[in-house]
Design a protein around this ligand. Structure first.
Ligand SMILES: [Zn+2]
Length: 377
């Protein structure tokens, strides 16, 4: 009886959660050209996949992977010339994945907990398969930012997404080196987890002046040049880690005003996996004993020989979150996997998120991406 009762309730709960719609994309494209495709990951989690229809059937496809707590919106922002604009003009077909860490997904703050293993094992391979089902044998590139790129490195090292035409990785890839490591451990994990906070919010308007989060915002406000609390918690503190997510002057006023929309709350329950990765200085699998994850390598750097595609490592010279991880990755791969086609490009005067969100990113950053894609299309 107990078994029967529990099997009756579970599907109902799941149905409630997954029938909610994704938050609408915010863009200035012709809505008729934006196709949202239902996508479910290998473990049943609902994701978002968007194709921008170009009216042409022979363009190379480029799949864009956002960072954790961001969303596909980071590549479509209407206030600047964004990456999708640039790809369309250069003859590519953009595809955008909202993987399970996207702030557009309705379960972002309330859904099932996960680790980056799930993104590498279930989300990215499902998206690549869905794109391939539509484009056939046309070339498929991936451009990935931050955790989207870190998890992609694990998928690649596992051989789960073979045959890509090329990968552009921004901020971090196989050798994560975090800024503010001490604060990541002490401030966030130590102080906040024990007060039962499981997400760090960024939208001060929603949080209000007095709440359990007030000390966190107060900490981020110290020595801040900008009066906006949402900006302070991202720019000065990166969700309480003590790092910085962008070079402030690189954002337009419109993007600055939309930060709470572009970046959602950061879950604290992901920290144990992030800490393990940080301590290992490489992307390591979280699940050691669960056989469902056995196709992921325990250590992605050790398995990097399985990467079968050219890689462009991009980084802003002022990256205040992942520091010089990309330069390090380039040096390590050149030594350990000299057969791989890996190059490194540093963007002077840029931080982390501003490499995509910056007012001048089309001029300063996207040219590097196009050049790489054009050489291999
Ligand atoms: Zn600001």
């Amino acid at each position: 009886m107990i078994f029967k009762a529990s099997t009756r309730t579970r599907p109902a709960l799941r149905r409630v959660r997954t029938t909610e719609s994704l938050r609408p994309l915010y863009h200035r494209l012709d809505p008729a050209r934006v196709e949202e495709i239902p996508l479910t990951a290998g473990d049943g989690t609902r994701l978002g996949l968007t194709r921008v229809d170009t009216g042409s059937a022979d363009r190379p496809a480029v799949l864009l992977l956002h960072g954790h707590t961001a969303s596909a919106d980071m590549f479509l922002q209407p206030e600047t010339r964004n990456l999708v604009d640039v790809l369309l003009d250069a003859g590519h077909e953009p595809w955008l994945l909202d993987w399970r860490g996207s702030c557009r997904l309705p379960y972002n703050e309330t859904g099932r907990r996960y680790t980056y293993d799930d993104v590498a094992l279930y989300d990215i391979p499902a998206a690549v398969a869905a794109v391939r089902a539509r484009i056939g044998d046309r070339p498929l590139f991936v451009v990935a930012h931050c955790i989207g790129s870190l998890t992609l490195s694990l998928s690649l090292a596992a051989g789960l997404v073979p045959g890509l035409a090329g990968v552009v990785s921004q901020g971090v890839f196989l050798t994560p080196k975090l800024a503010g490591r001490t604060s990541l451990r002490m401030t966030v994990a130590g102080e906040l987890l024990k007060t039962r906070i499981d997400h760090i919010p960024v939208d001060f308007a929603k949080v209000g002046l007095w709440s359990k989060y007030t000390p966190l915002f107060a900490l981020a406000a110290r020595k801040a040049d900008c009066p906006d609390p949402t900006c302070q918690i991202l720019h000065n503190s990166a969700w309480g880690t003590g790092a910085s997510l962008f070079v402030h002057e690189n954002l337009s006023a419109a993007t600055h005003a939309r930060l709470a929309e572009l970046l959602g709350p950061a879950p604290l329950w992901i920290l144990p996996h992030l800490r393990r990765i940080e301590l290992a200085r490489t992307v390591v699998r979280w699940h050691d004993t669960d056989l469902r994850y056995r196709s992921l390598p325990p250590n992605a750097l050790d398995a990097a020989g399985r990467i079968d595609t050219p890689v462009l490592l991009l980084a802003g010279s002022e990256n205040g979150l992942w520091l010089d991880s990309q330069k390090l990755c380039h040096e390590v791969l050149a030594r350990r996997q000299p057969q791989l086609d890996v190059r490194y490009a540093e963007i002077p005067g840029y931080g982390h998120l501003d490499t995509f969100l910056g007012r001048g990113a089309a001029l300063d950053v996207f040219g590097h991406i196009l050049e790489f894609l054009d050489e291999r299309r």
